[in-house]
Structure formats: C-alpha cells, structure tokens
Design a protein around this ligand. Structure first.
Ligand code: ARG
Length: 458
C-alpha cells in the first residue's frame, strides 16, 4: 500500500477508518482518465524541464503500458490502495522504479480528481448523447412506419382531439433533442482543464498548464486555482441533465403504459419487455416501463444528494467531495441502460390500427373543428363555443350523432351552418384541416419527419 502522505504520521491509520474512507471500490472506473491525464502532465513536466526528459518518457511509457492493461482488462487493482490515484502511482512505481515518484510533481489529488471526473463526465455524456440519437432514430422509424395512424389525444387524461400518432412521436423526439442540447451545454462548461491548480494555491514550479489543456483537448484552462479544486458544478449539471432526461423517460413510459392497457389498446409492447403474473395467467405487465418510470426517483435523488453534499461546504477541497462519485456513476449507468431499452421498445412496438380506427369514430373529437367552421363564417369564438356546446349536449341527451342532424336541424343552432359542416366530423379531415405551423397536419408532419431524417443523416 502506498499513501501519498504518511511521512509525518506517527502511526498507521486505523483499519476501520481505512475501510470507511477508501474509495478505490468505486473510483476505479476513473483509472483510464487518471492515466491519460497523467501522461499529459508528465509530458508537460519534461517539456518544462521540471523533471528530466528521460524520467518524463519513462513515466509516459509506463503509463501507456498501464493504459493497455486497462484496455485489456488485465490491470490488477490493489484493493489495499486508498484510491485510484495511489493505485496507478504504485503500479507505475512497480513497473518503472523511482522515476515514478516524480509524476506527482506540481499537482495534488485535489486538482487530479477534478481532472479525472471531468474527463469521465465528458466521455460518458458524449456516449449518452449518441444513445439518445439512436433512440430518436428508433422513434422516428416507428413514426414513419405508422405515418397514417390517427389517435385520440388527451388533456387532463380526458379524450380531447385527434392527432397523428407520428406527431405525438415527434414530440418525444423534440424533448430528447433538448436533452441532448442540455447535455452538450454541460460538456462545454465542463471542458475547462483544472490540473496544475495543485492543492489550492498553484505552484512555484514553471509549469505550462495550457500545454496540458491542448494535450487533453479541453476547450479552456481554469483561471482560478481555488475555484478549480472546489468546483463540482459540472457534476451537478450532468446530474440535472440526466434527471430531466429521466423525467422525459418517465412521461414517455407513462404514455405507453396507458396506451397498452386493454381499455386504451393503442399499442402492443413486445413480450420480451413485459412480464407475467404469478397468479393471474391472462396478464402481460409492462414492468420494464414501470421500472423506467420508477428509476426516475433515483435520478432525482442522486441530483439532490450532490446538491445537499455541496451545500454550505467551505472552499476549497473537503473530503466530503469524494462522495460525489457514487450518485453520479449510478445515474450515468442507469441512463445508459434505460436509453438503450427505450430504443429496443420502440423498434418492436406494434400499433392496434383496427381498434384505433373504431375509436376515432367518436364525433366529440371534432367539436373544435365545428367551432372553427363557424368562426371562419364570422361567428365570434364565444358564440361558436356556446352553439356547439348546446348541440353536443342535446345530441348526447338524445343519444344522437351530430352527423345524424339534417341541414335544417343544424340551422336551428346557427343559420351559418351548411350541410358541408358534416364533412368535418371525421379524423382524416380533422388532421388535414389543421393549418398552423407545428400542428398535426399530415403534410407539415411529413415535412418534420423529412427534416429529422435529414438531420440524422449528418
Ligand atoms: N478520493 C478523493 C476524492 O475522490 C481524492 C482526492 C483526495 N484529496 C485529499 N486531499 N484527500 O475526492
């Protein structure tokens, strides 16, 4: 076991305290970032003549070997080590001898852990953006496959108006696009290189921090050593992006759970993503979607955990900050799983077209279209609302359909009615007559589908 400190300690640390404080169990996933960051740092130390070129290249080639071992899964983590930094350090020393002792010059674990975490975040968030794109594509091809399907849409969970199923799917794609942009924003702000801030005050050694920034392809170098080692905003931003994404997943899940009930019967979820009941043989439960909806709680609590952890912490580094890792890692792992599962779900989702066609025969979906028919003939919105309201009530009371009314009966409600008004009482006309930009008009939706297809081709 090699500790970075210890020389002024009168005795070894307590075994229980070690067990309590060691982080290798979870921070070992940072290994490759620790190595990559250290390669850039050692190169800089050599270039600035802070250590000899020979020592610098010894360190770099040792670290490259460790990177290779990590890639192959052959690196042996020593669980007696305190954290990932000391583990890499001691592995390097075993490999190259005393030159390894020079690696930790002009840096501290306080700036190093921020560097590792930033590299990790940027990498994982980029993967998540790719996964979201894959999911969007899977939703888009589901939308295209069912381009002509019309569904009842809901407000207050009460049947409202009809829309194209593909229009509803494009709403999901919009939500996910915002998630990608939010995540990208988080990456851009994360991309500020902290190494060389050392413990908190910087160093007397002639380092070149911008060189490390370039080597590691960060956008900028952090400007304040105190802020560099204290800042955990990037973790909170990553977690909040993931929490919002999780909220979207929970809403999509809820839509599909409702749509898959026998009462709604819009869709069939693939058997592979459902489970049965141990007692009720007829059941097909959407457990995966329910778990996705449920896991959102964890994504929220991980965000609040780090917000609570950092609240009121004095600048600069405090050991509490070690505890930012488990919640971040958990949210990243969960979101990756959920996003991939969602993509699978949409690629195997089936639509119950016959049932939907029957459902949209209900003429109450078209009352707004009737209202707008009158408005186009000069009737005020208020009056039109009253006229149609009265008409719907009387038809319902008498168990009649609006389309059963004759021209004369229609005229009793309003002189402006002509027989062509009855042509509005079907789903196809309802969507086709929509005109506003962003509406469910099939031509406009088609255009949106085309532009998303174009976008995903790039
Ligand atoms: N394991 C620590 C963390 O995750 C690394 C930094 C430790 N620094 C220190 N001064 N004890 O935050």
């Amino acid at each position: 076991m090699s500790k970075f400190w210890g020389s002024r300690f009168e005795k070894g640390t307590d075994k229980l305290a070690d067990e309590f404080s060691f982080s290798l169990e979870y921070d070992k996933r940072l290994a490759i970032y620790d190595v990559i960051g250290s390669i850039a740092h050692a190169t800089m130390l050599g270039k600035c003549k802070i250590i000899s070129r020979i020592d610098s290249s010894k360190i770099v080639s040792g670290l490259k070997k460790i990177a290779l071992q990590l890639e192959k899964g052959a690196f042996k983590f020593d669980m007696q080590e305190e954290d990932i930094h000391s583990n890499i350090q001691s592995a390097l020393k075993k490999m190259i001898g005393p030159a390894a002792d020079k690696l930790h010059t002009a840096r501290s674990r306080n700036d190093l852990i921020v560097l590792d975490m930033k590299l990790y975040c940027m990498d994982e968030l980029t993967t998540i953006i790719d996964l979201i794109s894959k999911l969007q594509k899977s939703i888009l091809s589901f939308a295209e496959k069912n381009k002509d399907v019309i569904i009842p849409a809901y407000t207050h969970l009460q049947a409202a108006q009809v829309v194209l199923l593909s229009h509803h799917m494009l709403a999901y794609i919009e939500m996910l696009e915002r998630d990608k942009q939010r995540t990208l924003d988080a990456i851009i702000r994360t991309s500020s290189m902290p190494l060389g801030s050392c413990a908190l005050a910087g160093t007397t050694l002639p380092t070149d921090r911008d060189f490390v920034t370039e080597e590691l392809e960060f956008l900028t170098t952090t400007k304040n050593s105190i802020d560099s080692v204290s800042d955990r905003d990037f973790i909170i931003e990553a977690l909040s992006s993931l929490a919002i994404l999780g909220m979207h997943f929970s809403r999509i899940s809820e839509d599909l759970i409702i749509w898959a009930t026998s009462e709604f019967n819009y869709v069939n979820i693939d058997w592979g993503l459902c489970t049965g009941s141990s007692i009720m043989p007829h059941k097909k439960n959407p457990d995966i979607l329910e778990l996705i909806r449920g896991e959102t709680a964890k994504l929220y609590s991980n965000l609040s955990e780090v917000l609570i952890l950092t609240k009121g912490l004095p600048l600069t580094y405090n050991r509490d900050l070690q505890l930012d890792k488990p919640p971040l890692f958990e949210s990243i792992d969960k979101i990756k799983q959920i996003t991939a599962l969602m993509a699978k779900l949409f690629s195997s989702l089936k639509v119950n077209k016959t049932h939907l066609a029957k459902r949209i025969e209900d003429e109450s979906f078209y009352t707004v279209d009737l209202m707008e028919y009158l408005i186009k003939k000069g009737v005020s919105y208020r009056e039109a609302h009253d006229i149609i309201g009265k008409m719907v009530k009387e038809c319902l009371d008498k168990g009649k359909k609006i389309s059963d009314l004759t021209k004369e009966q229609l005229k009793i409600y309003c002189q402006k009615f002509e027989i062509d008004a009855k042509k509005l009482l079907n789903a196809k006309s309802s969507v086709e007559n929509k005109k506003s930009y962003g509406s469910t008009n099939p031509k406009l939706v088609e255009k949106q589908i085309d532009s998303w297809n174009e976008y995903f081709k790039q």
